[in-house]
Ligand binder design. Structure first.
Ligand code: ARG
Length: 466
C-alpha cells in the first residue's frame, strides 16, 4: 500500500496526516477531555453560530446548515438530560462533539469545521463559558455582601476594639468592621466586571492563527454568540489568555480577602477572645479532645486561598516565553482557572453560611474596649480641640498612659482630674465623657469613620452597588 493510501485512524481530527496514533498512555497524556468537557454546551453554541454563518455565507448549503443546527441542538439536549454521555477517551470536547455529528450526519458533520481551527474554537468556548460562570460568581459575591451587611446593620452600635498589629488600637463597632470586609468584596466585584468587559470579544474566525480565505462573517458570529465584537487580530485571538490571567488574579484577590476575614474569625473564636460563637453546624470536633469545637471552615477557606494564588503563578508561568501564536501549552490554562473559579464559588458559599449562623458576644467585645488605653488617641484629640499642638497632646496623653501603667490602672478615666492636670492644664472635667468608648466612636463621624450613622451610610452605599 502506498504511503498516501493508508486509511486514517479514526477518533481524532488530525488523523489524515499521521499514520500512527500515539499509544494509549501518550494519547491520554495529551488529551484534555477530563478538563474541557465542562465546555460542552458552549462548544455546541459556538458550532451552531459557525454553521449558521457558513450557511448564510453560501460556504455550505442552506439545508446542510439547517441539518447541522438541528443535530447540534439535539446533542445539547441529550448531553443535558444525560442520554448522551461524553466519551472520556476522546481527545477533547471539540473532537467528541464533531465526532458525534459525523457519526450521525455523515458528510454533513464533516463540513462544520470549515474555516475553523480548534485554536479559535477553544478560545471561543473558554470565553463563552466565562461569560456565564463569572456572572454567577458576581451573584455569589453580591449575596455574600448582602448577608454580611444584614449582620453589620444590626451591629452599628456594637462596640468592639479595632486593632493594629493585633494590639488594641481604637474603639470601632462590629458594623464598621463587617462593612470594611464588604468594601473589599465590592472591589472584587468591580474587578470581575472589568475583566468580563475586556474578554467580551469573539475569536471565532481567527482559525489556527491566520484566519481563513473562506468568506467568513466574523461580525455575524460574534453577534450571534452575544459578544460585543470580533477580536481585532487573528494571531492575538489564539495566543491571548489575558482574560484567564486577569480572572485568576481576581479570584486570588477575593480568596485573599476571604482568608483574612477567616483569620479574624479564627482569632475571634478563640477562648482568649470569645467574640464570636460559631454555630455547631459550622464547626467541627476533635477525634481525641472531647471538648473541642474548632473553626475548621474558616481555616479551610483560609487554606484554600493558597491554591488560587498558585493558579495565578501557574498561568503567568505558562504564558511567559510562549512563542506566538498558539502552542499546546495553552491547554493547561483551563484547569487552573476552572479550579480558581470553583474554589471562589464554594468558599463564598461556605463563608456566607458560616457567618450567617454565627452569634456575636457583644458584651465581651464592648468589655474589651476597656483596658488597653484605646481612648488615648481621643484624649490627645481632646487636647488638640483645646488648642494644644498635636505632637504635644500626643506626649501628654502618652505620659498619662505611663502614669496609669505605673499606678496599676487600666483606664485613663482612673486618673483624677488633679492627676491629669499634672500632664496638661487643659484637661477639664468633660474629659471623662469624651473618652468613654461610645463617645470615642460617636466622635469619629467623618466620612469612612465608625460612628453609627456614618456606618449606616456606608452600608447604604455598599448596598447600592449590588
Ligand atoms: N484541547 C486543546 C486546548 O484545550 C484544543 C486546541 C488544540 N489545538 C491544537 N492545535 N492542538 O487548548
Amino acid at each position: 500500500m502506498a504511503e498516501n493510501d493508508r486509511k486514517p485512524f479514526s477518533g481524532v481530527l488530525w488523523a489524515g496526516r499521521l499514520a500512527e496514533k500515539p499509544e494509549a498512555e501518550a494519547f491520554a497524556f495529551q488529551a484534555s477531555i477530563a478538563v474541557d468537557s465542562r465546555l460542552a454546551q458552549d462548544d455546541i453554541r459556538g458550532s451552531r453560530a459557525h454553521a449558521a454563518m457558513l450557511g448564510s455565507q453560501g460556504i455550505i448549503a442552506a439545508d446542510m446548515a439547517a441539518k447541522l443546527d438541528a443535530e447540534l441542538e439535539r446533542i445539547a439536549g441529550e448531553l443535558e438530560s444525560g442520554t448522551l454521555v461524553i466519551d472520556t477517551t476522546a481527545e477533547d470536547i471539540h473532537s467528541f462533539i464533531e465526532g458525534i455529528l459525523t457519526e450521525r450526519l455523515g458528510d454533513a458533520g464533516r463540513v462544520v469545521h470549515a474555516g475553523r481551527s480548534r485554536n479559535d474554537q477553544v478560545a471561543v468556548d473558554f470565553r463563552l463559558y466565562l461569560k456565564h460562570a463569572v456572572p454567577e460568581l458576581l451573584a455569589e459575591l453580591a449575596t455574600t455582601i448582602a448577608a454580611l451587611l444584614d449582620v453589620a446593620e444590626k451591629h452599628t452600635e456594637s462596640l468592639m476594639p479595632g486593632y493594629t498589629h493585633l494590639q488594641r488600637a481604637q474603639p470601632v463597632t462590629l458594623g464598621h468592621h463587617l462593612a470594611a470586609w464588604c468594601a473589599g468584596l465590592a472591589r472584587d466585584r468591580s474587578r470581575f466586571t472589568d475583566a468580563l468587559n475586556r474578554l467580551d470579544e469573539c475569536p471565532l474566525g481567527a482559525g489556527a492563527l491566520a484566519g481563513s480565505g473562506l468568506p467568513l462573517d466574523r461580525e455575524a458570529t460574534a453577534k450571534a454568540l452575544g459578544f460585543a465584537r470580533p477580536t481585532l487580530n487573528s494571531m492575538d485571538s489564539v495566543a491571548d489568555r489575558d482574560f484567564a490571567l486577569e480572572l485568576s488574579a481576581a479570584c486570588a484577590i477575593t480568596m485573599t480577602h476571604l482568608s483574612r476575614f477567616c483569620e479574624d474569625v479564627v482569632i475571634w473564636a478563640s477562648e482568649e477572645f470569645k467574640f464570636i460563637d460559631l454555630a455547631e453546624s459550622w464547626s467541627t470536633g476533635s477525634s481525641i479532645m472531647p471538648q473541642k469545637k474548632n473553626p475548621d471552615f474558616a481555616e479551610l477557606i483560609r487554606g484554600k486561598s493558597a491554591r488560587t494564588t498558585g493558579n495565578v503563578v501557574t498561568l503567568l508561568t505558562l504564558l511567559k516565553g510562549l512563542p506566538y501564536a498558539y502552542d499546546k501549552d495553552l491547554q493547561e490554562d483551563k484547569e487552573a482557572l476552572f479550579d480558581s473559579i470553583d474554589t471562589v464559588r464554594t468558599c463564598l458559599r461556605m463563608f456566607r453560611g458560616m457567618m450567617s449562623g454565627a452569634r456575636f458576644n457583644t458584651a465581651r467585645m464592648e468589655a474589651a474596649c476597656t483596658g488597653g488605653f484605646l481612648e488615648a488617641t481621643d484624649a490627645a484629640e481632646y487636647l488638640v480641640r483645646k488648642g494644644l499642638p498635636f505632637r504635644k497632646a500626643h506626649e501628654a496623653a502618652a505620659l498619662v498612659v505611663r502614669d496609669c501603667v505605673a499606678a496599676g490602672q487600666s483606664r485613663i478615666a482612673d486618673r483624677t482630674l488633679v492627676d491629669l492636670k499634672t500632664r496638661s492644664a487643659l484637661f477639664e472635667a468633660d474629659i471623662y465623657d469624651a473618652i468613654k468608648p461610645a463617645a470615642c466612636v460617636a466622635a469619629r463621624k467623618l466620612c469612612g469613620g465608625p460612628a453609627p450613622d456614618e456606618v449606616r451610610r456606608q452600608i447604604r452605599v455598599l448596598r447600592s452597588l449590588l
